[in-house]
Design a protein around this ligand. Structure first.
Ligand SMILES: Nc1ncnc2c1ncn2[C@@H]1O[C@H](COP(=O)(O)OP(=O)(O)OP(=O)(O)O)[C@@H](O)[C@H]1O
Ligand SMILES: [Mg+2]
Length: 221
């Protein structure tokens, strides 16, 4: 059984004549590492938003672990999928970097001591411990990106869907991120990475999907 399965899925934004995602059928197994690439406007982010249930297809069906995605509550989806949006600013709403990373862990029901331990680990790993009391809103784009990635990685979802995770981040943190993703992938976490950064996904994702004009043009394993 496939983990995420899309069957003839189409989505057109209101007021648009052409679909952003056009009759896409594709499936992802549990624990797969997949890169989704394509030019600006080819429909990658729209596809990701459909896969995590933030958008509903006007045509076609999407299932997660065999069950229609619309039957899941958002917390249920959150336990299975971790989604990093293309714009990290849209995911930041806490009053400190520390609370930003801790928020999801508390929401997940993690015990306080354990949540503190996990937060510290991520802030130290990405070398942003000194930023722990900063207002996330005031951070640089790259720092925001690292905070959002830390917050989602800390939740240990079954599969991570990341929309341009390396955008704006420095090479030092990019290497750390890659090492961490290789590590969690080896332990069974699925990775779906939307990117323009071919070097980053080169030896990280065994499968590459090419999108153009809302369609899948190639799917290479
Ligand atoms: N909120 C929106 N409202 C209307 N049209 C949208 C919206 N978001 C995206 N689109 C349109 O849908 C199409 C696909 O956009 P999408 O953001 O999915 O592409 P993308 O492949 O992620 O591009 P990029 O590489 O620039 O991030 C584009 O034509 C875009 O203009
Ligand atoms: Mg995009």
């Amino acid at each position: 059984m496939c983990f995420i399965c899309l069957n003839s899925v189409s989505f057109t934004y209101e007021g648009k004549k052409t679909p952003a995602v056009d009759d896409v059928s594709i499936s992802f197994d549990a624990g797969e590492s997949v890169a989704i690439v394509g030019l600006n406007g080819s429909g990658k982010s729209t596809l990701a938003r459909l896969m995590v249930g933030l958008l509903r297809p006007q045509e076609g069906k999407i299932t997660l672990s065999g069950r229609p995605i619309e039957e899941y509550s958002l917390p249920e989806i959150g336990r299975k999928l971790g989604f990093v949006l293309q714009n990290p600013s849209h995911m930041l709403f806490n009053t400190s970097v520390y609370n930003e990373v801790a928020f999801g862990l508390k929401w997940k029901g993690e015990k306080r001591r354990e949540a503190e331990h996990i937060c510290c680990d991520y802030l130290h790993y990405f070398d942003i411990w000194d930023l722990r009391d900063e207002l996330p809103f005031n951070l640089s784009q790259g720092q925001k990106q690292i905070v959002v990635l830390s917050a989602i990685l800390a939740l240990e979802p079954e599969c991570l869907i990341m929309d341009e995770p390396t955008k704006n981040i420095d090479n030092y943190r990019k290497e750390k991120l890659k090492k961490l993703l290789l590590d969690i992938w080896a332990r069974g976490t699925g990775l779906i990475i939307i990117t323009h950064d071919y070097d980053f996904v080169d030896n990280l994702c065994a499968r590459k999907i090419y999108m153009a004009d809302g369609r899948i043009m190639a799917d290479e394993h």
